[in-house]
Design a protein around this ligand. Structure first.
Ligand code: ZN
Length: 377
């Protein structure tokens, strides 16, 4: 079985539908509350998918690629901005990786010398990735909960990149945001959970590793903050936040890509090296005529290996890149107001608000600016 799956799952010709069927057939047994039991076979398939293409983009086409470039002229950032501003793109899919969290100060825990990595060493972690290996977690959950404590809401604030996506949503042009991040900054920026696919899971919910009872993430907070491993009151099993570990199946929500990506009319990719599968291959899942905008430090994935005419790359500092797009859109003032209002809420405990209403085709923003009410039009 595993041998067959290995050969099938590693085939670059495998379609999203075929993949869905594979996962679906392997995971057809679900617990009564709808939350899937751990499915070792599917977990293995997911792990295989993650490992394929690991390290480098190995082919000219991704797993879900729908073909080569269109014959249209090369687009620019300004073209994308103009079309977005004029509502020609109404179903924007955003893909984001760790790069969007770095400006918020979240350290790369894999880097020796970063405070977090050093902090984890006291737990005798054999190597950094062991923190996300389920076997290691069952033997020693403490390093993972040290990470959970570090990422607890309140320690870090969303930045301009997160709020740009929120603004896209407020404009009614966001179809979905797919994020690899587990820091929850997308939710904190006010992007509704239903607009998010947190491909590697979330701390917002948790599950008992023994009896599968579901918990809200906040139920675990007192234990996590005090350095205690949270235990299930029912069975005394360890309660694990719903972060996707290696060898675990992806969230069912992830498979929204099957309907989202074919519908997308613009794909924006931000702050990701596009090497972790199957997330990385999603970049090839939009129709070949759909523009793809990469805002990133480096040229990555298909933008480096099989660029289409409709592809645009804004390289360099991520925040500067997103700011350039926002400026080209003419949304600078609106984004500033959004961030100011959110900042009031997040840091000052003020019951601030942001009311957005459409009037004559324009958005009216009534926002807290520097904690004072201000009307933008
Ligand atoms: Zn339990």
């Amino acid at each position: 079985m595993c041998g067959v799956m290995a050969s099938v799952a590693s085939s670059s010709l495998m379609s999203p539908v075929r993949l869905s069927w594979l996962f679906g057939s392997l995971c057809s047994r679900r617990s009564a509350n709808g939350f899937g039991r751990r499915c070792p076979a599917a977990g293995a398939a997911a792990a295989l998918l993650r490992q394929s293409h690991s390290g480098v983009w190995s082919g000219t086409r991704g797993l879900f690629s729908h073909g080569g470039g269109a014959s249209a002229e090369q687009l620019t950032l300004e073209d994308i901005a103009k079309n977005l501003r004029e509502q020609q793109y109404k179903r924007v899919v955003v893909m984001a990786g760790a790069g969007i969290s770095t400006p918020s100060g979240i350290p790369d825990f894999r880097s020796p010398g970063s405070g977090l990595y050093d902090n984890l060493q006291q737990y005798d972690l054999p190597y950094a990735e062991a923190i996300f290996q389920i076997g290691f977690f069952h033997r020693n959950p403490k390093p993972f909960f040290a990470l959970a404590k570090e990422l607890c809401p309140g320690n870090y604030q969303p930045n301009l990149t997160h709020y740009f996506v929120r603004l896209l949503h407020e404009k009614g042009q966001l179809l979905r945001m797919y994020t690899q991040n587990i820091d929850g900054l997308e939710r904190l920026a006010g992007i509704p959970p239903e607009m998010l696919v947190e491909a590697h899971g979330t701390f917002a919910t948790a599950t008992c590793t023994t009896c599968r009872r579901k918990y809200e993430g906040q139920d675990l907070r007192p234990d996590i903050m005090s350095g205690t491993v949270p235990k299930c009151p029912t069975c005394k099993g360890v309660v694990k936040p719903d972060i996707v570990f290696f060898e675990e199946e992806l969230p069912r929500h992830f498979f929204k890509y099957l309907t989202d990506f074919p519908l997308a009319d613009l794909l924006i990719i931000m702050g990701t090296s596009l090497v972790v599968e199957p997330f990385a291959s999603l970049a090839g899942a939009v129709r070949s005529s759909v523009p793809r905008l990469l805002i990133n430090r480096d040229l990555v994935g298909p933008f480096a290996s099989s660029r289409r005419n409709q592809d645009v790359a804004q390289l360099g500092d991520l925040v500067s890149g997103v700011q350039a797009l926002v400026d080209a859109l003419g949304w600078t003032q609106e984004l500033e107001a959004l961030m100011s209002a959110a900042s009031c809420n997040n840091t000052r405990g003020v019951s601030g608000f942001l009311h957005i209403t459409a009037e004559g085709g324009r958005l009216l923003f009534i926002a807290l600016k520097d904690c004072r009410i201000r009307l933008l039009s």
